[in-house]
Design a protein around this ligand. Sequence first.
Ligand SMILES: C[S@@+](CC[C@H](N)C(=O)[O-])C[C@H]1O[C@@H](n2cnc3c(N)ncnc32)[C@H](O)[C@@H]1O
Length: 246
Amino acid sequence: MPIVDDARAETIRYHESYYSRHNLFDQDSWLKAPDQYLLALAERQAPLWRELTGGTEARPLKVVDLGAGVGRNAIPLACFLKENSIPALIDCLDLLPLSIDKLGQYAEKYGVSQYINGIVQDNDEFQPTTQYDLIIAISTLEHCSSKASLQALLQRLEKALAPQGHLIVEITTDRQVRAVEDNSLVETLVETPLEKSEVEALFRATLSPLQLVLEENFPYQEKIDLNGRKVFWSSCQTSKIFRKNA
Ligand SMILES: C[S@@+](CC[C@H](N)C(=O)[O-])C[C@H]1O[C@@H](n2cnc3c(N)ncnc32)[C@H](O)[C@@H]1O
């Protein structure tokens, strides 16, 4: 089996198991809270979004969340928009039918079903048919099937962003996993493992028409159980927000 197929199988196995064991907002999980930069962006944009969606040419705000999972980001965003009387439709894409089923259940539980449009969809094949005011791609781009496929997706996302729209991206780079017992390297599988410099080059090649409005990089380190083995996981998390001019 080609490495990318092994990696895709591992991605599916990991997420299906994780979403079955942890509920949205469980405190001892990475589902405990939404991305901090996303909600801060929503707070800042609320006045403009109210204008876009409340005037005589009123239309719902258009949002897409790629690799949305069970709604760690889309559900709190929908709650915020609802509380602020901003009508919106959030297209939530995920490879896994299980994610989209659970997302629908959480949307109902939190009273935001009318905001959430769950779609089983591989990011590699996403062909936007509308312009979006907000595009969210958090912890999912590294699961594209290749660098070429990721580059093509970024090009489509740049084109699909509406004037004054924002693209928020978080991506893991430079992952390294070492065994706790002897510090030896442990192979982990991700479809498109990337170095930070490669991500920068990809962003330069595809997103240069956009303005960079936020960049945060932080090292991530954790001692975890990986397939029955204690390992040190280390990587770099990069968050960026881009804006299209009016
Ligand atoms: C680490 S989780 C992040 C979920 C969500 N964005 C968040 O921040 O909570 C990665 C998600 O991407 C989804 N995914 C992985 N590969 C994908 C692909 N090729 N197309 C669409 N979704 C994918 C997984 O099923 C999973 O729900």
